[in-house]
Ligand binder design. Structure first.
Ligand code: SOE
Length: 388
């Protein structure tokens, strides 16, 4: 007798992040560390890396070979104008985000633009407005890679908050600590406000902390007070001479959310031994959850009478977290997997799906509002309201 073939994954059952990114024809502008991460993500998700652009044509040509791109462009505008590219990934230093994202949107492309979206609040408002118009006109997608949202255990925390397992949230606090700018001899374009923007530690990594806080709790920071510190008053620049530093190495802040929760955070790029430690703890009337980005395979859950370390086991996770689990328990996933999933969901959004939790230019604007409030508070030494 004839048997009906069993479709294990009928297309309609495929969840957004599992949709292959076929037809995702991408170009990357910027070929540094994060450009490489995007390149691997595009290829892993099943997209085509059509072209790359860098500082100049020879550099782009070399990068194309390294990153496995099909070709290269001599200039960023050439890449943006390429009719074989539908999605432009912007992975350049921050000062180029607004001009390049504006040009890519004007050329009718979907855009994935690294954070911070802009050098200041006005730039972020303008870009978010353009992205909104592009979405309304022809369903275009504009994404900002707040990639930590794609850790399965972050989704697990979010699902537990949503299900009521945490109860009424009272406290939400943590830190984001790095050490790659610890020494006065450590230098990077991000230190220069003309290239990276006036908000450095906060714009670069505090933005991730606040995004994760708001994403997992579903609450917004409405008031805050912040202090900024420049621990290395001078740094040795590329010319070997010491120069005064005009961006912050560290920020401390205290805040209140619209759900009535209180919290505090330390953000630093000068904490010896801390490489990329984003730690977030959420306490409610029923339980506490703690996530550590340097150990993303686990989520700590504490209750009055017991506590346990939940491991990323797709068999045991909530569907929201299982969706972002690509490997069986005990086979670690990490940073790169977050970007792979982000590209998978971007492709799904381009194909008309609505993946839950895809960070868009509106989230990039939100980060800019928080950065503006942090700067305003640090300047005035007072509590400030965060603009809506
Ligand atoms: C450098 O601080 C950096 O690469 C950030 O720019 C990223 O957003 C963060 O994910 C890791 O650290």
């Amino acid at each position: 007798t004839a048997t009906t073939p069993v479709l294990v994954h009928p297309a309609s059952d495929l969840l957004p992040s599992r949709l292959p990114a076929a037809g995702y024809r991408a170009g990357i502008i910027g070929t540094g560390f994060i450009g490489e991460v995007h390149a691997r993500a595009i290829r892993t998700a099943g997209g085509d890396l059509v072209s790359v652009a860098g500082i100049d044509a020879p550099g782009a040509r070399e990068a194309a070979a390294d990153l496995g791109a099909l070709g290269y462009a001599a200039t960023s505008q050439e890449l943006i104008d390429d009719p074989d590219i539908d999605v432009v990934h912007i992975c350049t230093p921050n000062f180029l985000h607004v001009p390049l994202a504006t040009a890519a949107l004007a050329a009718g492309k979907h855009v994935v633009c690294e954070k911070p979206l802009a050098m200041d609040l006005e730039g972020a408002i303008a870009l978010a407005g353009l992205a909104e118009e592009a979405a309304a006109t022809d369903g275009r997608v504009a994404v900002v890679p707040f990639a930590y949202r794609f850790h399965p255990m972050v989704r697990e925390a979010r699902a537990r908050v949503r299900s009521g397992a945490v109860g009424t949230i009272s406290l939400v606090h943590g830190s984001y600590l790095q050490d790659w700018l610890l020494r006065a001899s450590d230098d990077n374009w991000r230190v220069d406000p003309a290239l990276g923007g006036a908000s450095r530690a906060f714009g670069d990594i505090g933005s991730h902390f606040c995004d994760l806080l708001e994403f997992t709790t579903g609450q917004r920071i409405v008031r805050l007070v912040a202090q900024t510190a420049t621990i290395n008053a001078e740094r040795t620049g590329a010319d070997g001479r010491p120069a005064a530093v005009r961006t912050e190495d560290a920020v401390t802040l205290q805040y209140e959310t619209d759900g009535g929760a209180l919290g505090s955070a330390v953000i630093s790029q000068v904490s010896a031994g801390r490489k990329n430690r984003l730690f977030l703890e959420i306490s409610g009337s029923e339980s506490t959850l703690a996530f550590d980005q340097e150990g993303p395979e686990t989520l700590w859950e504490g209750r009055r009478d017991t506590s346990r370390l939940l491991i990323r086991d797709p068999e045991a996770l909530t569907p929201e977290a299982a969706r972002y689990s690509r490997l069986p328990a005990g086979h670690p996933q990490g940073y790169q997997d977050c970007f792979n999933a982000l590209v998978g969901d971007t492709a799904a959004a381009i194909n008309g799906q609505t993946p839950d939790g895809l960070p868009t230019f509106a989230d990039g604007l939100r980060a800019a509002r928080l950065a503006e409030a942090v700067a305003r508070s640090a300047r005035t030494g007072t509590w400030v309201e965060v603009g809506a």
